[in-house]
Structures are given as C-alpha cells and as structure tokens.
Write a protein that binds this ligand. Sequence first.
Ligand code: BGC
Ligand code: CA
Length: 361
Amino acid sequence: MAASSAAPVTVPAKAAKPDAPVPVKVAIHTAPVPVMAAPPAASAPVTVARATPVRVQSRRSRLYRLAVVGLGLLCVLLLIAITVLWIKFNSLNLQRDQLQSSYTNLMMERDQFNASYTNLMMERDQLNASNTNLMRERDQLKTSNTNLMMERDQLKNSFNNLNLQRDQLQTSNTNLMKERDQLQTSNTNLMMKRDQLQTSNTNLMKERDQLQTSNTNLMKERDQLKSSVFTNLERQSWVFFDTSAYYISTDMKTWNESRDDCEDNGGDLVIINSKEEQEYLTRKVGSKQPWIGLTDSESENQWKWVDGSALTTAYWAEGEPNNWNGIEEDCVHMGFKENKTWNDLSCSSKRQWICERRVFH
Ligand code: BGC
Ligand code: CA
C-alpha cells in the first residue's frame, strides 16, 4: 500500500477581522486508490513451439493449469485487493465522517470563538469605557482625597484646638464645681444665718415695737418732766437759749463758791461756745459782771473751761488777760468795760455768776 501524503485543507473563515482567530487548517489524508498491476492479458499471444501431440497436449494442459492457477491466483489477489480496498474505503469513510464531524465541531467552535470574540470586543469596549470612567473617578477621587486630606488636617487642628478647649473647660469646670460647692456651703451657712437673723429680726422687731411703745411712753414722761423742769427752772429765774438753761445769780460769791452753787443745782459755771451765746448772755446780764466757767488756775495762761476743754474762741476786753499789777488773776468774768467782754480777775473776788445746765439733748 502506498503511503498517503498529508495535504492541509484550509477551512474558509467568515469575514476576516483584524483580530480574527487564525483559520483552522485540517489535514485530510487522502488515500489514492491503489492501482493494481494489470494481470497479463489472457489474450496475449503465446508462442508455442511445435511439438508432438501428446507433448503438445501436455503442454497445453500444463498451460491451462497454469492459466487456471494464474487466474485463480489473480482472483485471489483481486479478492484480497478488493477486501483491502473495501476495508480502506470503510476506513476512509470513517475518517471522512470523523473529519466532517471534526470540521463541523471546528466550525461550531469557530462560531463560538467568533461570538466569544464579539463578546470580548464588547467587553473590551465596556472595559475601555469602564476604564475611562474609572480614570475619571480616580482623578475625582484623587482631588477628593486631596481635599479630604486638607479637611483632615483642618479637622486635626480643630480637634487639637477642641481638645485644648475641652481641657481648659474641664479645668474651668472643676474650678467652678469647687466654687459651686463652696458657694453651696456658703449658701447653706448664709441661709442658716439668714434664718437666725430672721428669728433675731423678728425678736428685734418685737423688742423695737416694745421699745417704741416704751419710747413713746418715755417721751411723754420726758415731755411731762421737761415741762415740769422748765416750770421749776422758770420759777427759779432760769432763762432758756438754744439747748441750755441759764441762771444769773443775784448773790455774789467767789469763783469756787459760785461753781459749787451751780453744781448743787444740776449744772456748772457757763461755758460759752458761740458768738450767739456770748451775745445772748451779754444782753441778759445787763450791767452785771458775773463769773463764767473759764480759769487758768491749773497752769498759768492755759485757759480751760470747767469741762476740761481748752479755750478756742475768746471775747477778751482790750488789754486782758493781764494779771493786773502782778496780782494773780486766774478766773474770768464777763460784762467788763463798754464792750461787755471778758476780764481775768482774782478767783477770791466775790461777784455774781452764771450757771448753765443742758435741758435739750
Ligand atoms: C481790775 C483788773 C483789770 C483792770 C483794767 C482793775 O480794776 O482789777 O483786773 O485788768 O482794772 O483796767
Ligand atoms: Ca484783769
């Protein structure tokens, strides 16, 4: 049997595309029909040498036998060849069917590949579009990320500031809580004190009311007493000016005797505190020159009133005080000379005097 040669068969693809798959080449092994060597023609001239009849007969018989054998052999060979060819034919049919099946499968696969290619192209376009979108989104995300980083930094700063403020507020809050506690304690104490003061105030108001009643009664009594005192003093020739009552004596005594008399009557020798008092008494004494409660008997030239206070405003007559002729003159009287003013005189001199006692307080 001759060896079959492999001849590639190109399966035409549909419309070729730029990225179309490579056409599938299917090798179909064709088996050329074997050419049998032609048997020697039966009709080929056979040169038979002229021989005897038996010999010729024998020879013919032999030739026939040979021819029959040859023909038999030829028939056998033909049968074998036919059988082989039949087997080969069946084998080739089988191969053809297989190839057709394979071709059909390949075509299906090609169609599937084409469909897959189309899908892949669509997917690629979608992926391209998606990639473009993703690039855009990436850029937007980058911008957004930059903004977010800035915001994050600002928020960090803000967070740090807020932490600081929180700490300060916590400190402030702690201090305020302490102050609140102190104030609460203070408030509690103050409320207790307030309650005590309210109680005390209520008691004091009661006492005040009692005192007001008492005061009213006492004022009435005082007024009655005043009236009584005034009446008595007036009867004893006392005169009244401002807040005092004055008694200008008619008797004459030394300065000390005069003072004793004043003290016995609830007063003392007069103390002249104002110009108005000086002028009032001047009018009242007339031509008298009575003692007043001024002396320097304790210390020469340091004039003091009978209540121990120092002399501030004086109404000395001209040239006084002078310890006249070297005689000690330690006591003072008023109504001296034409201006009716003051003169120092010996305390042992006897003259009238002026008592003073407070009647209005
Ligand atoms: C008085 C003196 C006074 C004198 C003034 C005498 O009479 O005794 O005290 O100073 O007069 O002229
Ligand atoms: Ca004198």
